[in-house]
Design a protein around this ligand. Structure first.
Ligand code: 5GP
Length: 193
């Protein structure tokens, strides 16, 4: 056997991606409540908070200048402009800290970010969550009622691009049933009981 680039004691890192509206947020919440070994990364973003979103919990809401500073200082593990509007990034240090504490880091990020993580951490496991169909995805996106028509169209455009890249992922899970999708991911993470 060749030498592994993964330290034997380092927990693998998991990335969950998939089109906006596919229910990633719900699956991720279920994963986190199912296992206390999962550590969920809190991204920094330049987008303004939605009602009910809390700084430091859902995202770290930062200014453009602060985002620039973080990128310039090399503090981001990955970052991307999503839906051609706001920037989102994963602060690197908290991920490394969680890993060294034996926790399993989980990142919910976009396709661009997933590709960057693949390059900088080749042992990361990339999980793609897909909708049962594009029609179902559009219905869910509209039903959520949080985006304008223009934002919905932009998200559908991004979704088509993301769906075209699903073969790049290590694991693909169809989210037709949240509990089943969650159980499948826990199994992949080796955290099912
Ligand atoms: P929302 O604005 O709906 O919260 O998120 C929009 C998109 O940004 C989601 O598809 C989500 O996966 C992505 N995203 C959230 N955090 C990050 C991050 O840290 N990095 C990258 N590349 N994408 C992110």
């Amino acid at each position: 056997m060749g030498e592994s680039s993964r330290k034997p004691d380092a927990a693998p890192l998991f990335v969950v991606a998939g089109p906006s509206g596919v229910g990633k947020g719900t699956v991720v919440r279920q994963l986190v409540s199912a296992s206390d070994r999962i550590w969920l990364s809190v991204s920094a973003t330049t987008r303004p908070p939605r009602p009910g979103e809390e700084d430091g919990v859902h995202y770290r809401f930062v200014s453009d200048a602060e985002f620039d500073r973080m990128v310039g200082a090399g503090e981001m593990l990955e970052w991307a402009t999503v839906h051609r509007t706001s920037r989102y990034g994963t602060p690197r240090q908290p991920v490394l800290d969680a890993r060294s504490r034996g926790l399993v880091p989980l990142l919910e990020i976009d396709l661009d970010g997933a590709r960057q993580v693949r390059r900088s951490m080749p042992d990361a496991v990339l999980v793609f969550i897909e909708p049962p169909s594009m029609e179902e995805l559009e219905a869910r996106l509209r039903g959520r009622g949080t985006e304008s028509e223009e934002q919905i169209l932009r998200r559908l455009e991004t979704a088509a691009l993301e769906m075209a890249a699903r073969d790049e992922f290590d694991v693909r899970i169809v989210n037709d049933d949240v509990s089943r999708a969650t159980a499948e991911i826990l199994h992949v993470m080796g955290l099912d009981s």
